[in-house]
Ligand binder design. Structure first.
Ligand code: ZN
Length: 460
């Protein structure tokens, strides 16, 4: 098993080929991926991917290139999320700077400030930090390199940090070998396969084997072996096997033996990836399915009882439903809505602009559900439906229900649901019984268009 400890899977170029990319990864035994954040725009994408696929986690941070966009509030928010397991990537980058000294120093001052903010968060949250360092050689310039600058900045934090990764390691310095004693790791990727990497190779031989982890930095740093006729090729997690091959040659170790050690290193550092050991297949690959709209006969049919929950067919269906629900940002989705008449639905309550007070939960599958009892108390509130886009209705529902259902693992659960969760359950349950929410409104006057609904919500 291999963990790609640094992969920008959130880049838009992967969006339409995500299943292919992850299947390739899986075939090459890359079963875990950590997506580092680079700036605000991409963090949400990273979070959605981590929510959608087992084996995918993300980190929160600002790449030094985006240091001026740093936003403290985002850390508070994302560090509460159980799949946000690290801080970064952050660091120092002189590589892209102008040679004009003054501009350069102002930018670097900001980068240093933001790096320190990340270090503080790493200590506060007790999470590892992902460090990006890139230097530029200006011959007439005697300033410290970013490598010196980083060591100076990190020094006072060393005892208190959980640890860190120097990502895309590509230089040779003994004082960095010493960082391993403070639980710093070194990310080895495609750069190892480039020409003229003598410094890195020296470093790898000196550093403790226990301090190395694999990474791609995809879409960048594509291994040399994948570049044909100087054409640009995006890197992807499956290409990490080329790095593993180079590394095993350099260290004169058997590939399988090295793979196992590097996997253990990654697990020691990111213990959350231990969940990979709980299932053999790797990513929980779902497919985003088309949602059928009102008028399709299947929405008006009673759905069929599920017989074998553990069958591959049903497990795949559940994974597809979860992914489709997350992708469409729904609070729930029922199997007939993707054209399959089975008694399964997903509940995925989360706050958003339409339902700012919705409780947050991990999407879960409800199979062969029953409603055992309804409260006398009924409340009218707004509902919408992925199969009836742009319409909202005021729907009366019992405020409290007792329910029984089976989970994705086949366990039987009996529980009492209240408020918004009771509402989602009743809405999705209706889908299995050929009903949609507009069948439940007391009057057609209780139906409004989405745009008007948002206005009503704001006026409240
Ligand atoms: Zn619905």
């Amino acid at each position: 098993m291999i963990i790609d400890t640094h992969c920008h899977l959130d880049k838009p170029r992967y969006k339409n080929i995500m299943n292919l990319i992850l299947e390739n990864a899986q075939k090459n035994s890359i079963n875990g991926i950590l997506i580092p954040a680079t700036q605000q725009d991409t963090i949400e994408n990273a979070k959605i991917l981590a929510d959608s696929y087992q084996g995918v986690f993300y980190a929160i941070g600002f790449h030094p290139k985006y240091a001026e966009k740093y936003e403290d509030a985002l850390f508070e928010k994302h560090l509460k999320h159980e799949r946000c397991i690290a801080i970064g990537e952050c660091g120092l980058d002189r590589g892209r700077l102008s040679e004009e000294l003054e501009i350069c120093e102002a930018v670097m001052a900001q980068q240093r400030k933001v790096l320190i903010a990340h270090l503080e968060w790493a200590i506060k949250a007790q999470k590892p930090i992902l460090i990006h360092l890139r230097d530029k050689w200006i011959s007439s310039d005697k300033r410290a390199t970013v490598y010196d600058e980083f060591l100076e900045i990190v020094q006072p934090y060393l005892g208190r940090l959980v640890g860190g990764v120097i990502h895309a390691m590509n230089f040779d310095r003994d004082d960095y070998v010493a960082l391993a004693e403070h639980n710093f790791y070194f990310g080895i990727g495609g750069q190892l396969t480039f020409d003229n990497m003598k410094g890195l190779k020296n470093f790898i031989k000196k550093a403790p084997l226990e301090s190395l982890v694999l990474e791609t930095d995809a879409p960048w740093l594509t291994p040399k072996s994948r570049l044909k006729d100087n054409q640009k090729v995006s890197n992807e997690p499956s290409f990490i096997v080329d790095v593993l091959k180079s590394l095993s040659e350099l260290l004169e170790m058997k590939r399988a033996e090295l793979e196992e050690i590097l996997f253990e290193n990654s697990l020691r550092f990111f213990p959350e990836f231990k969940e990979l050991l709980n299932y053999a297949e790797g990513y929980n690959l779902g497919k985003i399915r088309k949602i059928v709209q009102l008028g399709r006969p299947i929405l008006r049919k009673i759905a069929k009882e599920v017989e074998d929950i553990k069958s591959q067919e049903i497990q795949n269906l559940i994974n597809d439903l979860i992914l489709t629900c997350i992708d469409s940002q729904g609070m729930g989705i029922a199997s007939p809505q993707i054209g399959v008449s089975k008694r399964i639905f997903i509940m995925a309550s989360h706050p958003n602009s339409r339902y700012p007070h919705a409780p947050k939960m991990k999407p879960k599958a409800i199979i062969n559900p029953e409603i055992l009892s309804y409260s006398d108390e009924v409340e009218k509130d707004w509902e919408g439906c992925l199969s009836l886009p742009n319409i909202r209705g005021l729907v009366p529902r019992a405020t409290k229900i007792e329910v029984r259902y089976m989970t994705q693992k086949g366990e039987i659960v009996q529980e009492v649901l209240e408020g918004f969760l009771a509402r989602i359950f009743q809405h999705e349950f209706d889908h299995l019984n050929s009903k949609v929410f507009i069948d439940r409104v007391e009057s057609t006057l209780d139906i409004v268009m989405e745009r008007e609904y948002m206005r009503i919500l704001h006026e409240k």
